[in-house]
Design a protein around this ligand. Structure first.
Ligand code: PDD
Length: 279
């Protein structure tokens, strides 16, 4: 595997960063994950737009121009020779002696890696996956795709120990915000698609945004609003969305079957049209 590190392409085992990189010491940086599907980058520009947004919100200078970044990503794809993969890249405020305040002058550090994608199995797609709920203990700027992921890791680990696929995060008003690394969706008992509104409480997923566009094209009615854990427990269907899972049916929440405990028709349809549009 080949990585890109601050201007150089190197075998992953030789790729290194400075131990005083602020990403390492403070998680002072942002990242993106872009899917490569059948040799094509999915929604590259929306991912780069979100990357720019995250950088701007944290006042980190862009590591390079968008055109240069696109060239780096293409070169990384070429050198790794994969066609179904996930590209990971991150930018940090750079290297400086450890001090909380922003250093006067630093050069944004940038690294990118790539790995073969591990998409959900046929069984998971056919039968759906289970989720558990747990408290959302994150900060008030979840719209920034920052490297600070400890609450997400704790939630995902809880899910793993519980033997379920994902943890859905519940805020102080008992609403589901999103999953630890996925957006959360339900189809209400009266047939409406609902996902939490974009804002500071969630990461506005690129897959989420694409699903919204597809729904508009299909003439499906949907609402972007908070929904409670209780409403989710009464939902007819549920699913999650992300760059690595696309649209994945959820058939159990906290051990209780969603609807009839099988992937529902709306979820199946959305997955189908999502995959078709990605080809
Ligand atoms: N996670 N919500 C959170 C908290 C996420 O970390 C992610 C993405 C999503 C889905 O966003 P998108 O559709 O743009 O992938 C929602 C990535 C894949 C990760 O951290 O690996």
């Amino acid at each position: 595997r080949i990585a890109y590190v601050n201007g150089r392409y190197l075998p992953l085992s030789q790729a290194q960063v400075h131990i005083e990189d602020r990403g390492y010491q403070f998680a002072d940086g942002v990242y993106e994950v872009v899917p490569l599907y059948r040799g094509r980058l999915l929604d590259e520009d929306p991912h780069l737009d979100r990357f720019d947004y995250s950088l701007r919100e944290l006042q980190i200078a862009p590591p390079m121009s968008r055109a240069a970044l696109k060239l780096v990503l293409r070169e990384l794809v070429r050198r790794n020779g994969l066609s179904d993969a996930l590209l990971y890249f991150q930018a940090t405020r750079g290297v400086a002696p450890r001090d909380h305040k922003f250093p006067a002058k630093t050069k944004t550090a940038f690294v990118a890696t790539m790995r073969r994608s591990r998409p959900p199995s046929a069984k998971q797609i056919e039968e759906g996956v289970s989720v558990m709920t747990t408290r959302d203990i994150r900060w008030e700027r979840c719209d920034i795709k920052s490297l600070n992921l400890l609450p997400n890791l704790l939630a995902k680990q809880q899910a793993t120990v519980a033997g379920v696929f994902e943890a859905w995060l519940v805020d102080d008003d008992d609403n589901i915000t999103e999953g630890s690394s996925t957006n959360a969706w339900i189809v209400t008992s009266d047939g409406k698609l609902v996902t939490h509104d974009a804002g500071a409480a969630i990461l506005n997923g690129i897959t989420r945004q694409r699903v919204i566009k597809l729904m508009e094209g299909e003439g499906l009615t949907f609402e972007q609003r908070a929904f409670s854990r209780e409403e989710a427990m009464r939902a007819r269907e549920a699913f999650l969305s992300s760059s690595s899972s696309f649209v994945l049916p959820i058939t159990r929440i906290d051990g209780k079957p969603v609807g009839e405990g099988k992937p529902g028709p709306m979820t199946r349809r959305l997955r189908e049209i999502y995959v078709a549009a990605a080809l």
